[in-house]
Design a protein around this ligand. Structure first.
Ligand code: NAD
Length: 484
C-alpha cells in the first residue's frame, strides 16, 4: 500500500514536471516565431555535442552493449546522425519560406491572396529505443528543430550509460526550454506519452505502439510511429551473387542484426539458392575471420535478448528447420561469448515458426526459396507491411513488379539499409511498420503545422453577389461554375 502510494506520488511529480516543461517549451517556441538563425544554432549545437563527445559516446555504447564495434558506433550513431542534421541545416531556410497558393477563382483576380505558413507545433516528445540510442534521440532533431520546435527526450532503460550521457550532454549544451531529458523505463514512458505534447515521436516496437496511440489519444496528440517488423530481401537469379551476399551479410551483421531495417528473411530464386548460401558463408568468413574477440563484431544488448534469439532458433529447429551456424573455426560460443552470438542461416522454415512471425532483431537469417518472382511478392503481401524491402537483381521487369506490387516503408535496390542514408528522402514505415516520417523536407513538414493564411480582396464587388439578397449575378456565376 505504502509503495503504491509512493509510486503514485512519483508519477504525480513526473506529470507535473512534464506539464511544466511542455508549457514552457510551447510558449518559448511560439514567442520565438520564425527565427532561422536560432534554429540553425540549435542544430549546430546538436552537431557540436555529437562531434565533441564522440569518444564518450562510443564508450557509453560499448558499456551498454557489453561490446559494440567502435567503427560501427561512429558510423551509425555519429556520422549517420550528423549527416541528416547538416542536411536539415543547409535546407531549412528554403523549407521555412511561406508557400504561395492560388486563391479561389475569381478572388485572386481581385487581389485576394493565399499562402501557407509553416508554424512550429510546440513541444515534441521523443521516445527512444535501445538499439541506436544517440542516432534515434538526436537524429530526429534535424526535422524537429528546423521546424522550430522544442523537445523532451525519453531514452531507453536498456542503455543506462547512453541515457545518462545523453542527459548530461543535453544539460551542458541546451537550455531545458530547448531540450530536456527524462530517464526511465516503460512506466515512465507510459506517463510520458499521456502528457499534452504537441506531437509524439515514438521509435520502438510494433507491439508497444498501440498503447502509445491510446495514451496520446486522450489528449488528441498527433503521433509519428517509427516501428520495426520483418524486412524481406528478394534475390533474383539475375543478381550478382557474390556482391549480393556481401551486401546482405554486411547489413545483417551491423550491430549484430539489431537494426529496425536489418534484412529479416531472405527469399531467393530456387535456381541460385545453393550458390547464394555458399556466398553468404564466404562473405561472413571474409568480414569476420574471428568474432568473439573481434572488435568489429558487436554483442547482443543483454541476456534477455540472447535468450529470446536462442529460443527462436530452438523453436525453428524443433519444427524441422536446418540451422547453419556461421561461426569462425575453433570458436566456442558456449564457453566464452562476451555477449556475442554468431550469425545463423535457417533453412527449411515454415510459417508456424516464431522466426517467420516475430521480428528477429539479431544475426539470424531465414532463407526461403521461390520458383517465380510473383510467389515472392505474394509471400510478402500476405504478411504485415514491412519497414524496408530489398531487391537484388538486374531484371528491370522483376524490379518494377516488386516496387509496384508491394507496400513497404522504403525500398533499396541491390543493397540493404542504404535508403535510410539518403537525407533528401523521407524515412518511415507504413501500416504495422509505422506512420509518418522524418528526414528531408517531409520531416520538416511532419513537425510543422501547415497553416493556411488567406487575405481577402479589398473590393466588395466580387463578394457582394455571394450574399443575400441574391440576384441574377450569383445565379449566372453559379450556372457557369456548376458544370463538369
Ligand atoms: P520498445 O518498444 O520496447 O521500447 C522503445 C521505448 O519505449 C523505450 O524507451 C521504452 O522504455 C519505451 N516503452 C516501452 N513500453 C512503453 C509503454 N508501454 N509506454 C511508453 N513507453 C514505453 O522497443 P525496443 O526494444 O527498445 O526497440 C526495438 C524495437 O524498435 C524494434 O522493434 C525495432 O524494429 C524498433 N526500431 C524502429 C526504428 C525505426 O526507425 N523505425 C529504429 C530503431 C528501432
Amino acid at each position: 500500500m505504502e509503495s503504491e502510494l509512493k509510486k503514485g506520488e512519483t508519477k504525480g511529480l513526473l506529470e507535473k514536471e512534464l506539464q511544466n516543461l511542455i508549457k514552457k517549451q510551447r510558449a518559448a517556441a511560439l514567442s520565438e516565431g520564425i527565427n532561422i538563425e536560432r534554429r540553425m544554432n540549435r542544430i549546430d549545437r546538436v552537431i557540436s555535442l555529437l562531434v565533441e563527445n564522440s569518444e564518450q559516446i562510443v564508450n557509453a555504447l560499448k558499456e551498454d552493449f557489453g561490446h559494440r564495434s567502435p567503427e560501427g558506433s561512429l558510423a551509425t550513431d555519429i556520422f549517420g546522425t550528423l549527416s541528416s542534421l547538416k542536411y536539415a541545416k543547409r535546407n531549412l531556410r528554403k523549407w521555412v519560406r511561406p508557400s504561395k497558393r492560388r486563391s479561389l477563382f475569381p478572388l485572386g483576380l481581385f487581389g485576394a491572396k493565399t499562402r501557407i505558413e509553416y508554424q512550429p507545433l510546440g513541444s515534441v516528445g521523443v521516445i527512444v529505443p535501445w538499439n541506436f540510442p544517440f542516432n534515434l534521440a538526436f537524429g530526429p532533431l534535424g526535422s524537429i528543430f528546423s521546424a522550430g520546435n522544442r523537445v523532451i527526450i525519453k531514452p531507453s532503460e536498456f542503455t543506462p550509460s547512453s541515457s545518462d550521457l545523453t542527459k548530461r550532454l543535453v544539460l551542458e549544451y541546451f537550455d531545458e526550454e530547448e531540450i530536456s531529458v527524462i530517464i526511465g523505463g516503460p512506466e515512465v514512458g507510459a506517463t510520458f506519452c499521456s502528457q499534452p505534447f504537441d506531437h509524439l515521436l515514438f521509435t520502438g516496437s510494433t507491439s508497444v505502439a498501440p498503447s502509445i496511440l491510446r495514451s496520446a489519444a486522450e489528449n488528441l496528440v498527433p503521433v509519428t510511429l517509427e516501428l520495426g517488423g520483418k524486412s524481406p530481401v528478394i534475390v533474383s537469379d539475375t543478381a550478382d551473387l557474390k556482391r549480393t551476399a556481401i551486401r546482405i551479410m554486411a547489413g545483417k551483421t551491423l550491430n549484430a542484426g539489431q537494426i529496425c531495417l536489418a534484412p529479416d528473411y531472405l527469399l531467393v530464386d530456387k535456381k541460385v539458392s545453393e550458390r547464394l548460401i555458399r556466398e553468404l558463408k564466404l562473405a561472413t568468413k571474409h568480414m569476420f575471420p574471428t568474432m568473439i574477440n573481434n572488435p568489429d563484431y558487436s554483442s547482443i544488448i543483454n541476456q534477455r535478448h540472447r535468450e529470446r534469439l536462442n529460443s527462436l532458433l530452438d523453436d525453428a529447429e524443433g519444427k524441422g528447420a536446418e540451422l547453419i551456424e556461421l561461426k569462425p573455426k575453433g570458436e566456442n560460443f558456449l564457453t566464452e561469448h562476451q555477449g556475442k552470438m554468431p550469425p545463423y542461416l535457417v533453412l527449411s522454415t515454415s510459417g508456424d515458426m516464431a522466426i517467420m512471425t516475430d521480428e528477429i532483431f539479431g544475426p539470424i537469417l531465414p532463407v526461403i526459396e521461390y520458383d517465380h518472382i510473383q510467389e515472392a511478392i505474394s509471400f510478402i503481401n500476405e504478411r504485415p507491411r514491412p519497414l524496408g524491402l530489398y531487391f537484388f537483381g538486374s531484371n528491370k521487369m522483376e524490379e518494377e513488379a516488386v516496387v509496384q506490387g508491394t507496400v513497404s516503408g522504403g525500398v533499396a535496390i541491390n543493397d540493404v539499409l542504404a535508403h535510410i542514408m539518403q537525407d533528401d528522402a523521407p524515412f518511415g514505415g507504413v501500416g504495422d511498420s509505422g506512420t509518418g516520417s522524418y528526414h528531408g523536407y517531409e520531416g520538416f513538414k511532419n513537425f510543422s503545422h501547415s497553416k493556411t493564411v488567406f487575405t481577402q480582396t479589398p473590393y466588395e464587388f466580387p463578394l457582394k453577389i455571394t450574399r443575400p439578397p441574391y440576384g441574377t449575378g450569383i445565379r449566372r456565376f453559379l450556372e457557369i461554375m456548376i458544370r463538369k
